[in-house]
Design a protein around this ligand. Structure first.
Ligand SMILES: *Cc1c(COP(=O)(O)O)cnc(C)c1O
Length: 393
């Protein structure tokens, strides 16, 4: 019989660490900080890395290993490392790979804290960056300097849900021998696998769709084995590792990623369609709405549109505030990818650290509303948004 690789959903459920002598069906939690050696020789050989085994949970732990194996299969990656948060993954990835003097070429539209790392902290180590506009990728090559080491992007972007042509950036990175890193957290591995488009490393905040229930902070970087080895060498010393409990929880969450994300996308598309027809709405952006300026690209690189959409209520900031105050069911919160629908005002919250000019460049208007559409019944989600829109005039 021809051997075929298991499908995404099967890997998500069946990737599991070896059973113990109890033959448990579901993986247990290994709440242990260290592991024992059989004898002096075992101890020596383990530390000499002659054996592939657990020594200390800052380096590795069975729950972390299960999670990493699973995400590697989902992303088509060779290796990975799991972190205590998405930002620990972002920081450690750069810290491990870059030297003082190196240069990052990054999309302008990136997660707020990643932007703060680039602007407030990396200059301390003489790591510089240049931002490129994601709608002008033809200009990216001209921004490459002899010091450039990394091309960095997120797609879809936060909070504007714009798309970045990953295949195009992958080709530029390849041509110039640069490391192409993609933060794939908005799409999740179920909707988009950047390695297919030339990414060398993929970063996730496990806090978002991967957990999907607003319980854990977690991060993971997966990709090319030689790069992951450098990240591992740094992280096992620096100590940003994910706890066994959170690794266990996240691995469990991934068992249902496909069914959850399917429903998130279906609900988000319905909300987007509802908003598009509403008289109090200026514009709405969702990758799988045909009106999205990059709809064709969305269909090429994503399986569905994701859980996040952005829109603007008519009437500016005042109307926006009224809308937020009229919301009853949706949570006013900063997270996304949760089973609970969440509504955010990026200009006054997640992106308030950006200057007005930076916000405009990233397409974050004062009245922009971001919704992470959850898994409640669609009629209840739309009902709440509908009554709040009616309340503004
Ligand atoms: C939330 C998020 C992060 C950071 O993840 P944390 O788990 O909150 O540290 C990074 N990138 C993107 C795109 C995010 O949405």
């Amino acid at each position: 019989m021809k051997k075929t690789n298991p499908h995404f959903e099967t890997d998500a459920i069946r990737t599991q660490i070896e059973r113990t002598t109890f033959l448990e069906h579901s993986s247990p939690i290994y709440m242990t900080s260290s592991f024992v050696f059989e004898d002096a020789e075992d101890m020596r050989a383990s530390f000499a890395e002659e054996k592939d085994r657990n020594i200390y949970s800052r380096y590795s732990n069975p729950n972390g290993t299960e999670l990493i194996d699973k995400v590697c299969k989902m992303e088509g990656a060779e290796a990975g490392f799991a972190f205590a948060s998405g930002m620990a993954a972002v920081f450690s990835t750069f810290a491990a790979l870059l030297e003082s003097g190196d240069h990052i070429l990054s999309a302008r539209n990136i997660f707020g804290s990643t932007h703060s790392l680039f602007t407030q902290f990396f200059p301390k180590w003489k790591i510089t960056h240049t931002y490129f506009r994601i709608d002008e990728l033809e200009n990216v090559e001209a921004l490459i300097t002899p010091k450039t080491k990394v091309i960095y992007a997120e797609s879809p972007t936060n909070p504007g849900v714009d798309l970045v042509d990953l295949e195009r950036l992958g080709a530029i990175a390849k041509k110039h021998g640069l490391i192409f890193i993609v933060d794939n957290c908005f799409a999740s591995p179920y909707l988009q696998q950047p390695i297919k488009f030339g990414a060398h490393l993929v970063i996730h905040s496990g806090t978002k769709l991967m957990d999907g229930q607003g319980r854990v902070l977690a991060g993971i970087t997966v990709g090319r084995a030689d790069l992951i080895d450098k990240i591992y060498r740094f992280a096992r010393i620096a100590g940003p590792s994910l706890s066994p409990f959170n690794a266990w929880l996240l691995s469990k969450s991934l068992e249902t990623l496909a069914v959850r994300v399917d429903r998130h996308c279906r609900n988000a598309l319905e909300v987007a369609q509802f908003l598009e027809g509403h008289t109090n709405v200026q514009w709405v952006k969702y990758p799988f709405l045909p009106s999205h300026p990059q709809h064709k690209l969305a269909r090429k690189q994503m399986k569905a549109g994701g859980c996040v959409l952005a829109f603007e209520v008519k009437g500016g900031v005042q109307a926006g505030r009224k809308f937020f105050d009229a919301i009853k069911l949706l949570s006013l919160s900063a997270n996304l990818g949760d089973s609970r629908s969440i509504i955010t005002h990026p200009a006054s919250t997640t992106h308030s650290k950006l200057s007005e000019k930076e916000r405009m460049e990233s397409g974050i208007t004062d009245g922009m509303v971001r919704i992470s559409v959850g898994l409640e019944h669609i009629e209840d989600i739309i009902g709440d948004i509908s009554q709040a829109l009616d309340a503004i005039c």
